[in-house]
Design a binder for this molecule. Sequence first.
Ligand code: 4AD
Ligand code: MG
Length: 479
Amino acid sequence: MSYQSIQQLLKTAPTGTEVTVKGWVRTKRESKNAVFIALNDGSTINTIQAVAEAGQLPEETLKLITTGACLAVTGQLVESQGAGQAVEVKIANVTIYGTADPDKYPLQPKRHSLEFLREIAHLRPRTNTFSAILRIRHALAFAVHKYFNDNGFYYLNTPIITASDAEGAGEMFRVTTLDATKPPLTEDGKVDYSQDFFGRETNLTVSGQLEGELGAMALGKIYTFGPTFRAENSNTTRHLAEFWMIEPEMAFYELEDNMNLAEDFVKTVIRYALQHCADDLTFLDSRLKDEEKTKKKEEQSELGLLEKLQFVISNEFVRLTYTEAIDILVNSKPAKKGQFQYEVSWGVDLQSEHERYLVEKHFKKPVILTNYPREIKAFYMKQDPDGKTVRAMDVLFPGIGEIIGGSQREDDLDKLTARMQEVGIEPEALWWYLDTRRFGSAPHAGFGLGFERLVLFVTGMGNIRDVIPFPRAPKTAEF
Ligand code: 4AD
Ligand code: MG
């Protein structure tokens, strides 16, 4: 008798063998002749049913078997008498590891709202929805590493504590060991960071890209996959203060190579999830269908979750320039009827309503937008000869908006330095970054995929706080 997870057991154990199942009680049901206990151990969405004859278990034991309690059950694996499962365990012995007082345990066998589950993030992985999301999240992370490994990329760990602002947007969390109530001051009354732990002002990274570029200029093709932090006060369903980003960076890639990689990469990892998370995705697919039924007809989405994923991997993404997109938006019905909250014209940063119009209404496909105005993009992007635009690319997804942001990088030392000065970044502060342009500079490109936005898309969830185990957002850091 050896211990196996429910996932292994349902896949491999032959009926007639003695098995031990360890897990948490989802439900207990008593009939005249028997007690049925549904156990789940998190290894799969499926529960296993354990059955005892009426009167077999002592009353005191039976009383303690309630939703949320943790048990080990030993018995013979037999063909199930009832509908709903192929096999079940005929209980010979039960050990109770931990009870869960039904008057206090917050997860009862009924549908809880996602808002309520966010308040009990420490327990929500025990629900079907969240365990499915977490298993899919794992599969996608594995697929990311597999994709890059299969394609000759090296995994580079870039620092989490940095002294630079890679995106130049000033949305950083400070890292300091100075006494917050009485920090040392310089003669002119400013905080004296030379006395801080690193001898300078430091922050949590907003992106591993700058160091990623150093890696690409040595190893050719690298990728990072790590936590990133943004202190932007956006309380939206698409933003987290702490999120995971995947950033490949490739020497000798230009904008088009970058787009080809981005498209192939997202399609491949989505395909991996479809192939390896069928049970969980089927569960989320029907969960979403139930949710859609509560909406008005015109707000219901045309495709189910599985159909949508299939659609994305089997269609080419539409590619067009920012300028072409602005043209479409300016001439669109919502623009003419004044239905956009933010006006569009050449030069503005696209709002999520504009991105979603392009993807969901106009093209009905994922879109890659390129060649944005230089003023609205980061300093490191390669400038186009027209002097107005840069070789940027954003990949826009239905229901999500921007899922990937990237670009070809400015590899010309003089142009890059001039641009930094224009936007107020001290070239000396990034002397090490500029050294790649001084010594053996080369065309190169890369992008960043927000991992949670990918998980959001693949699981069909509506709020990014529900696809990371313990979300960090404004005023949210309980667990
Ligand atoms: O477009 P962003 O800001 O690009 C960069 O950081 C570049 N350095 C990437 C690169 O070229 N190596 O961010 C990249 C992606 C976005 O497209 C989005 O998916 C995600 O990161 N992202 C966020 N996800 C969750 N919460 C936030 N606050 C996010 N900010 C960006
Ligand atoms: Mg971006």
